[in-house]
Write a protein that binds this ligand. Structure first.
Ligand code: ADP
Ligand code: MG
Length: 247
């Protein structure tokens, strides 16, 4: 089943095209690595998927529900219900600095979904266990390492029980050791069957964990396919050049 279908996505900022014609599908259980040079439009594409940016044209269907059709959106409540199926993790963690780890995880559930505090607390402990941070439940974000902050950010996204997780360069602010612990958590999520779209410069993660690669350049997907195909035999010149620079 296709969890996400994107077709003909277009997006510009002040007259400049950033996404020219982006189409792809995400099937249940897919781990899709989105790679490509800086400025290609990777973040903009993810942000459009979760309604942090409005598209100018094209269509997105999430779990069979049209979320934007030829650039036209349904009412806001419907858009919110559809984007609630997706969780997102950003490069910059985006934790609430004045709230403990526990509150960072439980507040969205308690405040916006009316979940009972005890239930939200129990869920927080269980999910912190998944990311190996149960002992940090009462810590403040400022006392955590970057890797721990990012694992909390992943846990917070998981609290809302998403069907799809979107990651935008989750490790690019981290040094190699902290990168490894975050990638380890992501790999485990993938092994548990989570559907994931991951913008990353970590080529070994893309190669080993993803089942599909999208290479973006100049606002479009210029190459896509299984990692062995895309990495083994890049057809587009821009992709060969990109690999020449990163590897
Ligand atoms: P990537 O994530 O691949 O590096 P982005 O999606 O961040 O690329 O950016 C693609 C292009 O869109 C860049 O030229 C960037 O400057 C531009 N851009 C992104 N967001 C905005 C914005 N909010 N306003 C204006 N230009 C933007
Ligand atoms: Mg980006």
């Amino acid at each position: 089943m296709n969890l996400i279908e994107v077709s003909g996505l277009k997006k510009g900022f002040s007259g400049q095209d950033v996404l020219t014609d982006v189409s792809f599908t995400v099937k249940r259980g897919d781990v899709i690595a989105v790679i490509g040079p800086s400025g290609a439009g990777k973040s903009t594409m993810l942000r459009c998927l979760i309604d942090l940016e409005k598209v100018d044209g094209g269509s997105i269907v999430v779990e069979g529900e049209p979320f934007v059709t030829d650039g036209v959106y349904p009412p806001a409540a419907k858009v919110r219900a559809i984007t609630a199926k997706m969780g997102m993790v950003f490069q910059s963690f985006n934790l609430f600095p004045h709230l403990s780890v526990r509150k960072n995880l439980t507040m969205p559930l308690v405040k916006t979904q009316g979940v009972a505090r005890e239930e939200a607390d129990a869920r927080a402990m269980s999910i912190l266990g998944k990311v190996g941070l149960q002992d940090k439940v009462d810590a403040m974000p400022s006392t955590l390492s970057g890797g721990q902050k990012q694992r909390v950010a992943i846990a917070r996204a998981l609290m809302l029980n998403p069907d799809i997780m979107l990651f935008d360069e989750p490790t690019s602010a981290l040094d190699p050791q902290l990168t490894a612990e975050v990638l380890g958590v992501m790999r485990k999520l993938a092994e548990e069957g989570m559907t994931m779209v991951v913008v990353t410069h970590e080529m070994s993660f893309a190669r080993d964990v993803a089942n599909k690669i999208l290479f973006m350049c100049d606002g479009e997907i210029v190459e896509s396919g299984p990692p062995e195909e895309v990495f083994g035999n890049p057809k587009d010149r821009r992709m060969a050049e990109f690999f020449g620079n990163v590897s």
